[in-house]
Design a binder for this molecule. Structure first.
Ligand SMILES: [Ca+2]
Ligand SMILES: [Ca+2]
Length: 203
């Protein structure tokens, strides 16, 4: 009897410890992320002390591995204005998922303090591997699509407060839009930024 009680107490302590280490997700998303026919799971978890909803994303690709990424600050709901022009391929208010013929992309929007967003992140899932390819202070996310039809996605964005001076110096055409081409990483593309700035005006 005593052994059983001790065993039970030990199990409770052990399960509490597991709970502490794991953290309760604020959202669990089920989706075949790497498109191999087997369901995978995405956990959004770890509430920040500051405003925002979660600070950790865990992508569990069944039979392949777990990829965990931390926010520098905190992530929040997907931007409502972005959703007007982009269809989320998962039923989630907190993470945006889209794909092209090769890769899957998960977009995470940081908390917006006034008009200033402190973080925007892109995770690319290519085959069985997930990589965070962008994590920057970008405020207005205008588009995430292949704008020049070369098979690679582009990110179009701008900042209300022009704080990324290195990009501004590379822009010949005024307008302030930044275009990043999404390949192995997300690379600022001055040529596409200029052509986008010539054709588009900020709202
Ligand atoms: Ca899968
Ligand atoms: Ca492209």
């Amino acid at each position: 009897m005593m052994v059983l009680i001790i065993f039970n107490i030990f199990s409770i302590i052990l399960s509490l410890r597991v709970e502490d280490n794991g953290g309760k997700p604020i959202e669990t998303i089920v989706k075949d992320v790497n498109q191999d026919g087997i369901i995978d799971t995405i956990y959004l978890k770890d509430k920040p002390e500051d405003p925002g909803l979660f600070t950790t994303i865990e992508i569990k690709i069944t039979g392949r591995g777990v990829y965990r990424f931390k926010a520098r600050d905190a992530w929040d709901k997907v931007d409502g204005s972005f959703l007007l022009n982009h269809k989320n391929q998962i039923n989630s208010p907190n993470a945006f998922l889209t794909q092209n013929s090769k890769d899957v992309f998960i977009l995470l929007f940081g908390f917006t303090y006034g008009s200033s967003r402190d973080e925007f992140s892109i995770i690319k899932v290519s085959g069985d591997k997930a990589t965070m390819i962008l994590d920057r202070d970008l405020e207005k996310i205008v588009a995430f699509k292949d704008i020049n039809n070369d098979g690679r996605m582009e990110l179009v964005c701008y900042n209300e407060v022009d704080r990324i001076e290195s990009f501004d110096k590379q822009l010949k055409a005024k307008g302030g839009f930044y275009v990043f081409t999404i390949g192995e990483s997300a690379t600022f593309n001055p040529h596409l930024s200029d052509s986008y700035n010539l054709k588009n005006k900020r709202k």
